[in-house]
Design a protein around this ligand. Structure first.
Ligand code: SF4
Ligand code: MG
Length: 333
């Protein structure tokens, strides 16, 4: 059976222009050879520091921006080369939930129209059927029926995100890319929205690609997690393994920065992240992480590590694991 989504060697290069007279000053490899698969109904968390390319990767999947290279297959069919007409039926099955619902909602449309608009664009049902669907969606995301006539500015942040979710659900998608969907919300509201997203997945069975810099949020919602650094996936495995027994030094360092209330002995020994993210225009040689890595050794300066499966379902790009599986880092000492 083909996976829901198969991404192969996906890349996006942005040129950097020099001043107002143009001329190319360099390139940013925002996404650099990213490969992964997703199964129907799963949540894949995509984490990393700001600027690592995780949002760009999410937008590439939906063809909101054009890739510089690589392939995206949806149910086994390549969608990378499809023209605007041919991509439309695929788009119906892939939706997006944005970080800032206010910026993504039309301020001049009533909330009911905002949620029903995808049905109009895709010619789904007659007017009565669309109204019934909108009413059902409002109820399902926890909005009142009378709020259909309100405008986006009349909603609180959490209610706006409910509106964005209802709109994303309208066409019955199979995959939803969520880009930092709770990062702009008050802490008190975050759990409500996350739990709503999880309940909706249980009910409708769609998959989420969940893009976030917030490890606690990703741990709450994900089944598997991919960690990105400077445009590349450096580790990918199931959530429990990633959080309990990371194999990549960058993952270990990210986790060291997260306060853990129930501290296990292992987590205390984690080596924290040093230094800042290097410029993506001028990435370090060899392993891009080597200037910040507590485990750097000779090959790291010159050879770029390849993402490989070191134990079933656990992929790591690090020379420490080139010769096969090793103990989780924190157990090596
Ligand atoms: Fe560190 Fe080397 Fe592994 Fe890169 S390849 S993460 S520098 S040990
Ligand atoms: Mg982002």
């Amino acid at each position: 059976v083909a996976p829901l989504l198969a991404v192969r060697d996906l890349s996006k290069i942005f040129p950097i222009r020099r001043g107002i007279f143009g001329g190319t000053a360099g390139q940013v490899h925002a996404v650099d050879g990213v490969s992964f698969e997703m199964a129907a109904g799963e949540t894949l968390g995509l984490v990393g520091e700001s600027g690592c390319g995780k949002s760009t990767a999410g937008r590439l999947l939906l063809r909101l921006i054009e890739p510089s290279g690589g392939q995206v297959r949806f149910h086994g069919a390549e969608i990378t080369g499809l023209d605007a007409g041919a991509i439309l039926p695929v788009r119906r099955r892939m939706q997006m939930i944005h970080q800032d619902p206010y910026a993504s909602l039309n301020p001049r449309m009533q909330a009911g129209e905002i949620v029903g608009e995808p049905l109009v664009i895709h010619g789904m049902g007659d007017k009565a059927a669309r109204q019934a669907r909108v009413a059902q969606l409002f109820e399902r995301v926890g909005l009142r029926p009378d709020q259909q006539r309100s405008y986006a500015h009349e909603f609180s942040g959490g209610q706006r995100q409910r509106l964005g979710i209802a709109r994303a659900l309208a066409l019955g998608p199979e995959l939803i890319v969520c880009d930092e969907p709770v990062s702009a919300l008050d802490v008190s509201i975050r759990a409500q929205i996350l739990n709503l997203l999880m309940d909706l997945q249980d009910e409708f069975g769609f998959a989420y690609l969940f893009v976030s810099h917030d490890l606690a949020v990703v741990e709450h919602i994900s089944h598997r997690v991919a960690v990105m650094y400077l445009g590349r996936i450096v580790e990918l495995t199931d959530k429990t393994t990633l959080f309990e027994e990371p194999l990549h030094p960058y993952t270990e360092a990210l986790l060291a920065a997260v306060p853990v209330p129930k501290v296990t002995g292992r987590r205390r020994t984690r080596k924290p992240l040093q230094g800042d993210v290097p410029s993506p225009i001028n990435r370090p040689s060899g392993c891009h992480f080597h200037p910040r890595c507590a485990y750097v050794h000779a090959p790291c300066h010159t050879r770029e590590p390849v993402l490989r499966e070191v134990t079933p379902g656990h992929l790591v790009a690090c020379h420490l694991h080139d010769a096969g599986p090793r103990l989780p880092l924190a157990r090596q000492t």
